[in-house]
Design a protein. Structure first.
Length: 182
């Protein structure tokens, strides 16, 4: 059984995935090979990470996690960091990210503002599967790169998969597929 305190010490007191400082109270155990895919709880298969990254990665395979880390240049963008940065912003900056809409903007613009970013995110997340399907966790990672502080709750969905469905994709378990044209 893995020891969270030991893992956190070996990781320099930082989240394995986003490299943000992490206290023992806020650390969670994340399985490199998910239990759902046969992984165990040994120290060799676990890392200490923040709850946001643990939730975001879900049941992504080890290969998908590695691809996400490599695509991000070594450290993944943490959803909690995006929310913290978004709270500090008073105006939108001239960056490549799309500003997170306020509640008032969402009720006016609705979900349509996500169609283009979702399409781009799907293409990036599906690249490792020859464009045919995208893991929902990887899709969420790619979308968060473009829409700072993104949360499906901002668009009226408790579950990310339901938001993906509303945007016109087919969802089956942890996978999203483009709907076929008729």
């Amino acid at each position: 059984m893995a020891n969270t305190a030991k893992l956190l010490l070996l990781q320099g007191g930082r989240c394995f995935y986003c490299h943000k400082p992490l206290s023992l109270d806020d650390a969670t155990l994340e399985h490199i090979i998910p239990k759902a895919q046969g992984g165990d709880a040994s120290e060799g298969n676990t890392v200490a990470c923040c709850a946001a990254m643990n939730h975001l990665l879900g049941n992504a395979t080890a290969k998908e996690k590695l691809a996400a880390i490599l695509n991000a240049g070594g450290a993944l963008v943490c959803p909690r960091a995006g929310a913290e940065n978004n709270a500090k912003q008073t105006t939108s900056s001239a960056t490549s990210t799309i500003a997170t809409p306020t509640t008032a903007q969402i009720s006016i613009r609705g979900i349509d503002v996500l169609r283009e970013p979702m399409s781009i995110a799907f293409d990036a997340a599906a690249a490792m599967h020859e464009g045919s399907k995208a893991n929902l966790s990887a899709l969420g990672l790619e979308l968060r790169k473009m829409v700072s502080g993104f949360s499906s709750k901002q668009y009226g969905h408790k579950l990310f998969g339901n938001l993906v469905k509303e945007l016109g994709y087919r969802v089956d378990g942890q996978w999203a597929f483009r709907k076929k044209s008729k």
